[in-house]
Design a binder for this molecule. Structure first.
Ligand code: NAG
Ligand code: NAG
Ligand code: NAG
Length: 375
């Protein structure tokens, strides 16, 4: 083989192995834009291995509504937040992660608006280093299949383009960066959204805290919400609470030693060596959902028949009880390949439910041999 042919072959093999886009493309988490005036049409202009950014970041009254492909979202207050969910469906988070769009509770920023009847409970936590929205909802109203255990969306991914690609998050309510003025928005550099099993945790870490990457750590995607966002949120309750900071994601104490958990390879089943500490919350103020979300649009498609109303029984995998151990916390398990990986125990790795969940999610994995996973 000629030297030229060999170098072409090597380059091809290297590209195939690394699955990386051209050098010089700036990681999403290093792109900074002021809101609203500094937002470009799309923040990701690459045509890479995963294609191009499917939506846009410049969002306004002409883009708002059920067809919006806005990929600029917000985590502000209990009545003013978004989740990432598919632009069309029904589909899974694993199959749509690069393309998710912002579904929000408040009109006026060019996004989709979460339909009436979808949200059945919210806990908004204000911690020293982050704000976090824990939401129960009927995911079939957000283009998700009813049985999807979901996955993790964050501004990284193996190719560093983020999931969704080009997705931006802003807040006017951060604990350190917030000015108290709702018209001043700070770009949230580190965030993660675990969504699936009719439950979502969206954590927005304050960029002024040097530990933001530890609280919004993005490499425990298969482990699930009860480890990444340990919480006591309850379905059918709408409340704002002050919260202690959680422990750094994946960091725990055993026999007086501080240890860091590392997620195993995608084909290795997860056995958690610890239970995450649920941070204490206080000063909770409860609301009526009709007061928080008075103007949500009528759903454009019918909800799944069971549990489509705000009074749903909450017997699913995503329904914790306040008195429960970590084992009763909601899960963000995912059963499909993606940035996010897979099985997530429901908290107590020892519970039957967690084991069952594991089994099914792991089975889903078996069909994905060879898939590229984006952390
Ligand atoms: C509104 O947003 C769309 C889509 O990003 C963009 O093409 C258009 O220029 C924007 N309009 C204004 C007035 O900013
Ligand atoms: C900011 O908005 C929230 C509701 O989203 C409201 O509760 C709060 O009072 C507002 N803050 C100010 C300073 O207007
Ligand atoms: C989500 O809620 C729908 C509607 O209640 C239900 O059919 C489905 O089983 C739930 N999914 C999960 C994963 O719990």
């Amino acid at each position: 083989m000629s030297r030229a042919a060999l170098s072409v072959l090597l380059a091809f093999v290297a590209a195939a192995v690394a699955q990386q886009d051209p050098p010089g493309s700036t990681p999403l988490a290093e792109k900074h834009f002021s809101y609203p005036d500094g937002i470009p049409y799309k923040v990701d202009t690459l045509t890479g291995i995963r294609g191009t950014q499917s939506g846009y970041n410049m969002c306004n009254s002409t883009t708002e509504g059920p067809e919006s492909l806005c990929q600029t979202g917000f985590i502000n207050h209990i009545d003013d937040w978004c989740v990432w969910a598919p632009p069309s469906g029904p589909t899974t988070i694993g199959d749509s992660e690069g393309d998710e769009v912002a579904w929000c509770t408040k009109p006026g920023r060019g996004t989709r608006i979460i339909p009436a009847g979808a949200i059945t409970g919210v806990q908004f936590l204000r911690a020293k280093s982050y704000v976090e929205v824990l939401a129960f909802f009927d995911q079939t109203l957000l283009n998700m299949t009813p049985d999807d255990f979901g996955g993790e969306l964050d501004p990284h991914g193996r190719d560093l383009r983020g999931n969704p690609m080009g997705g931006l998050i802003y807040s006017n309510g951060l604990p350190m960066s917030g000015s108290g003025d709702n018209n001043t928005f700070t770009q949230v550099i580190e965030w993660h959204n675990f969504i699936g099993a009719n439950f979502s945790c969206f954590k927005a870490c304050d960029p002024q805290d040097p530990d933001a990457p530890n609280y919004c750590y993005n490499r425990l995607d298969r482990v699930g919400i009860s480890y990444v966002c340990p919480n006591q949120a309850q379905n059918n309750v709408f409340e704002v609470c002050d919260s202690d900071n959680q422990d750094f994601v994946g960091v725990y104490t055993s026999d007086g030693q501080t240890l860091t958990y590392t997620q195993p390879a995608d084909d290795v089943p997860i056995t958690m060596p610890y239970t995450a500490r649920i941070p204490a919350s206080s000063n909770c103020v409860t609301y009526q959902s009709t007061d928080l979300f008075p103007n949500l649009p009528t759903p454009t498609r019918a909800a799944a028949s069971a549990g489509a109303t705000p009074t749903g029984s909450g017997s699913g995998a995503g329904s914790p009880s306040r008195t429960g151990s970590a084992g009763s916390s909601p899960t963000g398990a995912k059963g499909s390949g993606s940035s996010s990986g897979g099985a997530a125990p429901t908290g107590g790795a020892a519970t039957g439910g967690a084991a069952a969940l594991h089994g099914s999610a792991f089975a889903a994995f078996a069909g994905l041999a060879g898939a590229v996973f984006f952390l």
